[in-house]
Design a protein around this ligand. Structure first.
Ligand code: GLV
Length: 323
């Protein structure tokens, strides 16, 4: 009997048809995202799940899916999955590293430039019709801060952090970095987190969200940052404490922020960052290019196909399940 695999969204890419040929595949066709109760119902009798980062895979889902053997997520981050609970049950978890590195670094750099040079604020100003004879070019009109020649602090020097560092080098920036485990990359000065915050004009976050990185940037260490610094987060909400960041932006200690990821997504209207003119916000689009999303989907399918064949997934988060 063919294995049953549930896919929580229609996927781009070339390989999803292959998956349909190799199993009994059901796909949630929407509209919108599949609600958690629907996921539990759909998973009954399934051996495999292909999901997105918007699907929370926890013990309640596992209890509803006793036959589940693998979960393949079309994301590099797996903070939406209870990795320990799945590993304990021998369920392999796949993810999609590598292919989104350059795309996500582009997003981080776009936010860095937009926040430092007040691009979104200026765009709103023009569209609202506020650009008039009494409010126009003047020496201090819409002045921001220079990116070229500034100091960038990268928190998390994995593949995406290093790709951001390469972009920064092209802008003549001095690049500092902090990483949880020791790492040496040519042209980048490694520092403790506090010293990095004290010295950086721009700080960009590139660590995964784990219990250890939750609130990594908080009121205590934001207070150490250079006056007028800019924070960029394209990693995960929850790593930067949103209220502490908002407070520092409101009282002018920080100049601006570029934020693609939030503690709760979709972000609620009362999030403290949304009302601030000096925050550029985007809706979790770090890897959002057609090519990268197709590549991510193809890797998610490749992970699922390997699992269906009884082989190790090419990109497995918990290889311990293979003994
Ligand atoms: C995006 O945030 C991802 O984890 O792929």
């Amino acid at each position: 009997m063919a294995s049953k695999v549930f896919v929580t969204h229609q996927l781009p890419g070339e390989r999803i048809r292959e998956l349909a040929q190799q199993c009994e595949m059901n796909v949630w066709m929407g509209p919108g995202l599949l609600p958690p109760a629907g996921l539990r119902t759909e998973l009954a009798g399934c051996q495999g799940l292909v999901c997105l980062l918007t699907d929370r895979i926890d013990s309640s889902v596992l209890d509803a899916a006793p036959d589940l053997q693998f979960v393949s997520s079309m994301s590099v981050g797996v903070d939406h999955i209870d990795v320990a609970a799945l590993t304990e049950r021998g369920i392999a978890i796949g993810h999609t590293p590598g292919v989104l590195v350059e795309t996500t670094a582009d997003t981080a750099f776009a936010l860095l430039l937009a926040a430092g040079r007040r691009i979104a604020e200026a765009d709103r100003f023009v569209r609202r019709g506020e650009w008039g004879p009494d409010n126009t070019w003047a020496p201090e009109f819409f002045t921001g801060v220079d990116v070229g020649g500034a100091t960038l602090g990268i928190i998390g020097l994995g593949e995406i952090g290093q790709a951001v560092a390469r972009r920064a080098a092209g802008f003549g920036m001095e690049v500092l970095a902090w990483n949880r485990s020791p790492r040496q990359v040519s042209g980048i000065e490694m520092l403790g987190l506090d010293e990095l915050l004290e010295r950086s004009d721009f700080v960009s976050i590139h660590v995964a969200l784990t219990p250890q990185t939750r609130d990594l940037l908080n009121a205590d260490n934001i207070a150490l940052m250079k006056p007028g610094a800019v924070v960029v987060n394209t990693a995960r909400g929850g790593i930067v404490n949103e209220q502490a960041l908002a407070d520092a932006l409101i009282d002018g200690r920080l100049l601006a922020a570029g934020v693609d990821v939030f503690e709760r997504e979709p972000v609620p209207a009362d999030n403290p960052l949304l009302g601030l003119p000096n925050v550029v916000v985007t809706p979790h689009i770090g890897s959002a290019t057609l090519r990268t999303r197709a590549r991510m989907a193809d890797i998610a399918v490749a992970n699922a196909l390997a699992a269906l064949r009884g082989e190790a997934m090419p990109c497995c988060v918990n290889p311990a399940v293979y003994g």
